[in-house]
Design a protein around this ligand. Structure first.
Ligand code: G3I
Length: 394
């Protein structure tokens, strides 16, 4: 307890001075943390990062333990770096594969067209999980639970899976064939997970971004081939095969914009009423255009209107391009968000996870906008201290 208070005082003092003067702390030479052992990769840092003065701070997962899990996305490039691995192990109790569980990474074209029985139009897509070992072993070996991401999406999904005999030169497959493909896809995946990594996954984005930007269902190939009830169908199939400890989530972006939020809730209500939806994933790719209040109101609304859990699944906050001190503005945003989420939880709202879409700016999909908590050399930004401070507040 004394250690925690001491660490809290040190961190808060440093955080306040950083936010006040808009400076980044210099990385210090840390004797307790091993240096990075891997050569930098194309996606990784260009120099070996040394951990700055954040070793004494409590990990996010412990600070927020009474409220919700704290997660990050991971990818193999991140895991090649020992300092990054240590930061993940210390701070997060949930991870999501950034790309390697998406359909294009799992569905094996060569195996599918060469070994599948095509006499009925082809109902079995052959799956390969070989790209997943690094990330799944890392999570399992460090006692970190995983969110599955994602089965049904309009991106990172091969086009040929929608055609008769998996042949892009043929017409689209029928609804019946597509539903059998989904059935086999989910069955094989959950069986593989249960056999190889039992109890590692606790939630899964069954479907991602199915609401269009015009607030009606996206006209994806899933919609076109299966029909307008495809989401209800696929959630029912997921329920049939998912182990009972894996919660079924829907995940989307711009989900705090009120018109889209209303459309998503209307779309998901029948699935929730059928008992096939456990959670709403709010991606939360945020910027100054999204007020913290809109986000907080949306967490409450999804949870209450659908009667499900809410996860924030891909959190990042773009730095302003016009503010005089963009880092301080970003830090204040993160702080208000985390304070608000804690208050919601204390008020009984069912939010159970907050996952960041990475932790170092240079590995973010939005790296130009510096949306995360650490600089390239792992020195903490004001945003890091803001999340820490919100976590320490009583
Ligand atoms: O793997 C190839 C590599 O071989 C090639 O050299 C390189 C050249 O550009 O591309 C690499 O693939 C990239 C892949 O990320 C892995 O780095 C793709 O081009 C790139 O498009 C892909 O972007 C991912 C994006 O989803 C695809 O839509 C991002 O990393 C990932 O962060 C992002 O994540 C999505 C969530 O899944 C859903 N919500 C939105 C979020 C942000 O777009």
């Amino acid at each position: 307890m004394r250690k925690r208070i001491l660490a809290a005082v040190c961190v808060m003092t440093l955080a306040m001075s950083l936010v006040a003067c808009g400076k980044k702390p210099a990385g210090n030479a840390d004797t307790t943390t091993p240096a990075a052992t891997e050569a930098p990769t194309a996606e990784g840092p260009t120099e070996e990062p040394t951990l700055p003065g954040i070793e004494d701070a409590e990990g996010f997962k412990d600070l927020y333990a009474d409220y919700f899990k704290i997660g990050t996305c991971i990818n193999p490039a991140m895991l090649k770096n020992l300092n990054y691995r240590q930061f993940i192990i210390k701070n997060y109790n949930s991870v999501t594969c950034e790309n390697n569980m998406k359909p294009e990474s799992i569905i094996d074209r060569v195996a599918t067209v060469t070994t599948s029985d095509l006499s009925d139009g082809g109902t079995h897509m052959v799956l390969s999980f070989k790209n997943l070992a690094t990330e799944l072993d890392f999570a399992r070996d460090n006692g970190i639970q995983m969110r599955g991401h994602t089965f049904i999406w309009h991106e990172q999904t091969p086009e040929w899976i929608f055609h008769v005999n998996f042949n892009p030169d043929k017409e689209f497959a029928s609804r019946e064939v597509m539903l059998k493909r989904v059935d086999n896809y989910f069955k094989d995946t959950f069986e593989w997970v249960e056999a190889n990594y039992p109890n590692l996954f606790y939630a899964w984005d069954i479907a991602n971004e199915c609401m269009g930007d015009n607030n009606s269902m996206r006209d994806s190939l899933w919609y076109q081939t299966i029909g307008e009830d495809y989401l209800e169908q696929i959630f029912a199939i997921a329920r049939k095969y998912a182990p009972s400890y894996i919660k079924l989530f829907y995940n989307d972006y711009n989900e705090s914009v009120s018109a889209k939020r209303g459309a998503i809730i209307r779309m998901l209500k029948p699935i929730a009423d059928a008992g096939n939806l456990d959670g709403m994933g709010m991606q939360c790719h945020l910027s100054g255009a999204n007020t913290v209040m809109d986000v907080l109101n949306s967490v409450r609304k999804y949870s209450e209107d659908l009667g499900v859990e809410v996860h924030i699944t891909e959190l990042d906050v773009k730095q302003s391009s016009t503010a005089t001190d963009p880092e301080a503005v970003q830090a204040n945003y993160y702080k208000a968000l985390f304070n608000g989420l804690k208050n919601l939880k204390a008020d009984g709202v069912n939010i159970t996870n907050v996952t960041f879409w990475g932790f170092v700016d240079n590995l973010s999909w939005l790296k130009e906008d510096k949306p995360l908590l650490l600089n390239r050399d792992m020195s903490p930004k004001a945003a890091y201290y803001a999340v820490l401070e919100a976590g320490m507040a009583e």
